[in-house]
Design a protein around this ligand. Structure first.
Ligand code: GAR
Length: 187
């Protein structure tokens, strides 16, 4: 694929989803190329992938959301980014940011949306004695975790499931459905 879509990934932490997207994007036929990584957390482990794969990155404080969004948008526009992936980005983007960016934004969430929107997902899922959980890739809309669903994968919750075992099990599926979703969007 010659004209890959210039894309940016927002992260806040480990960046394992970022890694899976970067790896997929190295395939000739994958539709996007990661040209920029932005984080609100200067200690995000995921920044190591930016360094390893030589991808430009920026750290912008989120202490003030307006500044974070303005700085991010400037950088995104400068680099002609046309697609944005949120991958473990633990902050909320404003309606104005979504509008001003003007292109598609997608997110991954570790639950079977519309169930368990928001934070501390696995803890709440276990507490409510669900039989299944999973992960969802969806478009980002101004309402948190509520945009149109692109792909979902369900996992069974075992009897002795812990938050940690569930997190790991779901992450394995996240790493598969995130690249798959990107392929499906641009097919
Ligand atoms: C992932 O499980 C992702 O679904 C979740 O954070 C984790 C990040 O892992 N995102 C959210 O909870 C968003 N509300 P990663 O940094 O290793 O990709």
């Amino acid at each position: 694929m010659v004209n890959k879509i210039r894309s940016c990934v927002f992260i806040s932490g480990n960046g394992s989803n970022l890694k899976s997207i970067i790896k997929s994007s190295r395939d000739y036929n994958f539709p996007i190329k990661i040209e920029l990584i932005i984080t609100n957390n200067k200690k995000a482990k995921g920044l190591n992938f930016a360094k390893k794969y030589n991808i430009p990155f920026k750290v912008f404080s989120y202490d003030n959301r307006k500044n974070f969004e303005r700085n991010s948008l400037n950088e995104i526009k400068k680099r002609k980014i046309r697609f944005l992936c949120l991958a473990g980005f633990m902050k909320i983007l404003s309606k104005n940011f979504i509008k001003d960016f003007g292109y598609q934004i997608i997110n991954i969430h570790p639950s079977l949306l519309p169930k368990f929107k928001g934070l501390n997902t696995h803890k709440r899922v276990l507490k409510s004695k669900e039989k299944y959980s999973g992960c969802t890739v969806h478009y980002v809309s101004p309402v948190l975790d509520s945009g149109k669903i692109i792909l979902q994968k369900k996992v069974l919750i075992n009897k002795n499931e812990t938050e940690n075992s569930l997190r790991k099990k779901i992450l394995l599926q996240e790493h598969k459905i995130y690249p798959k979703s990107i392929i499906s969007i641009f097919k």
